[in-house]
Design a protein around this ligand. Structure first.
Ligand code: AGP
Length: 610
């Protein structure tokens, strides 16, 4: 995610802002910038790349001002480049904004602002905020109220820092969905996306709540709630060290990233569902093209491949288009029989996995259209695709993918629904029902995360296991593959994933007393079949962990040693939520074994070698 820092006090702002931004580098970024006062005008200094390039630009001129805002950008809308970097200015240059989050209604607001004569310089959603605040400022003449009015019209998530050229003793901060804190100093005050940015100067902070707006001056901070009432804020004293603070208090990045899953799913689907229908903006494919596709190939590696397997079920079930999944390192060497009659969907968190990139090139060489699902804007795979659907997971620091996988499943669901709707395979009512349920998934994951201690207790009984089996049927089979991989890559415990109906064809010979079998059983139509498969392994005295919907918990509890439930949901959407318990299980097993959860042995976050 992006990083925000703001300062007002008696020190020169530049060193404070640059120190703060350097403490936020761990969040991942592709550009940075600051907004400072220079006499009576606002200067914005910003550029693509690492912070050192910004430092070089700042060295050109001496800024002695004691107020400013700064930003590190993780691109979500618009390529990483100088123009798209933050801060963004309004047309008169009076308003400067830094933003973390996603404005879901930015296109509608952009259209309106253009009718008001606003000229846009960038491809970002953020820029509309600067113009919108100026629009209200021109009407009201009050900077703070203009920010309040603008925030009331923004849909989606935002953490904002805002400067106004006419008001040199104040800056404004606002928060909805994306974290933002206010640092409280002596004769100086700060804002930041995360605690590390200001830990050098103060350990006393306000944690802004959703829809709160902070008016920050050097001698005082006033916070208003979403109704414009002054909020009574508790001072939170930070006793973390810097390293812990980078994880916002979580022990590992992986746990932090799992806990981000509700926001990630919300950000990935939110701006692409409008009034119950899917809007994939620039990557929509026509009904005619979709009807002409003979087969879709989904190609990826590792976790992304497992997401692709779920995508196969989704697209075939909803859009009735044949789908073949392929591991990228196999696809590119088997001389695949593809042509312009095929769509190839490439999935990659990093967008740099070399096997997947070469598979993309193989597909393009054979004239197939390539649509990619990528988490890093401007990455190699994104740049070489015909269309890109970005996941909005933010940077994933832990080597083992968690939130990015949930985001990939969310993106694949959007694609399957879009294709099905375009082809008339689902009615508008069905599309509206499924999209509404999809919008509920973040809250469901939130609920699952609240139950994580239950998973931790069960892991404490099994972390010495030598081998663990994961079984499932249909989409749950693909899901069990991801559960098995998570366990292997961070706890180093051997594991295998099997189709529930396949275990009895040989591998059940390995099941003995105490062998743990994790059973994914979220699919209503296959639930009783899974009950039978559980009875087969129970007969060999296996231990059972079942993951199922709440409505089936009672029946599963009769034969499982532990049942982790997910809220009741249409089975076709269940995997997005059902993977979280398995991610948590793998995490606790690794922690209990004393493994390096975020940096497992032998692994790299992005495999850029063959
Ligand atoms: C995921 O936990 C693994 N670290 C690995 O399998 C990963 O999914 C794979 O290397 C693909 O990476 P990508 O999504 O960045 O292409």
């Amino acid at each position: 995610m992006c990083g925000i820092v703001g300062y007002i006090g008696n020190k020169e702002a530049v060193p404070v802002l640059m120190n703060g931004l350097s403490q936020l580098e761990y969040r991942g970024y592709d550009s940075s910038g600051v907004a400072l006062f220079d006499e009576d005008r606002l200067d914005v200094i910003k550029c693509k790349g690492r912070l050192k390039f910004l430092e070089e630009k700042l060295a050109v001129k001496k800024y002695t001002g004691t107020i400013g805002i700064g930003h590190t950008r993780w691109a979500t809308h618009g390529e990483p480049n100088d123009i798209n970097s933050h801060p963004h200015l309004s047309n008169t240059g009076k308003i400067a904004v830094v933003h973390n989050g996603i404005i879901e209604n930015y296109l509608q607001l952009k259209e309106f602002l253009m009718t008001q004569g606003c000229v846009f310089m960038s491809d970002t959603d953020t820029e509309i905020i600067a113009h919108l605040i100026e629009y209200h400022y021109n009407m009201i003449g009050d900077f703070v109220r203009a920010v309040m009015e603008a925030c009331g019209e923004l849909e989606g998530s935002y953490a904002l820092g805002v400067l106004c050229a006419d008001v040199k003793d104040t800056f404004v901060a606002a928060r909805k969905g994306s974290p933002l804190i206010v640092g409280l100093g002596d004769g100086e005050n700060f804002i930041a996306s995360d605690i590390p940015a200001i830990l050098k100067y103060t350990r006393d902070i306000y944690i802004l709540e959703d829809k709160e707006i902070a008016i920050v001056r050097k001698e005082d901070v006033t916070v208003y709630d979403g109704y414009g009432r002054e909020a009574k804020k508790e001072i939170f004293h930070v006793d973390w060290d810097v390293e812990a603070a980078e994880k916002s208090g979580y022990e590992h990045f992986m746990m932090k990233e799992m806990c981000e899953e509700p926001r990630v799913i919300r950000d990935t689907v939110g701006s692409r569902i409008q009034k119950g229908s899917i809007n994939l903006n620039g990557i929509s494919l026509s009904e005619e093209y979709l009807r002409g596709i003979e087969k879709i190939y989904i190609v990826a590696c590792g976790t992304a491949f497992h997401a692709g397997m779920i995508g196969k079920y989704l697209i075939e079930k909803l859009a009735r288009i044949p789908v073949e999944t392929d591991i990228a390192s196999e696809f590119r060497y088997r001389d695949p029989i593809i042509s312009d009659k095929n769509l190839v969907i490439i999935i990659s968190q990093s967008g740099e996995t070399i096997d997947t990139l070469y598979a993309l090139r193989e597909a393009k060489q054979k004239k197939a259209k390539v649509l990619s699902i990528v988490n890093v804007v401007g990455s190699s795979i994104a740049r070489e695709s015909d269309g890109v659907l970005y996941t909005m997971a933010g940077p994933e620091i832990a080597v083992a993918s968690s939130k990015a996988y949930n985001a990939q499943l969310s993106a694949l669901t959007l694609i399957a629904l879009d294709f099905a709707s375009k082809k008339g395979e689902i009615t508008k009512e069905e599309e509206a029902r499924l999209t509404m349920e999809l919008l509920q998934v973040p809250d469901m994951v939130e609920e699952i995360l609240k139950d994580k201690e239950n998973v931790q207790r069960f892991a404490a009984m099994h972390y010495n296991a030598k081998s663990i089996f994961y079984i499932g049927r249909g989409m749950d089979y693909a899901l069990s593959m991801e559960g098995s991989l998570k366990l292997k890559e961070i706890s180093y415990i051997h594991s295998e994933s099997y189709a529930g109906g396949e275990l009895k064809h040989g591998t059940i010979a390995l099941i003995e007393e105490g062998t743990l079998v994790v059973c994914c059983m979220t699919q209503d139509s296959l639930f009783q079949k899974m009950i039978s498969n559980i009875k087969e392994v129970k007969a060999r005295k296996a231990s059972i962990m079942a993951i199922t919907q709440k409505k089936n918990a009672a029946e599963a509890e009769k034969i499982a040693d532990i049942v982790i439930t997910i809220p009741d949901i249409d089975p076709i959407l269940a995997p997005i939520a059902a993977v979280t318990p398995m991610q948590l299980f793998a995490y606790y097993m690794a922690v209990l074994k004393g493994c390096d959860v975020d940096k497992p042995r032998n692994l790299a976050k992005s495999v850029t070698v063959e």
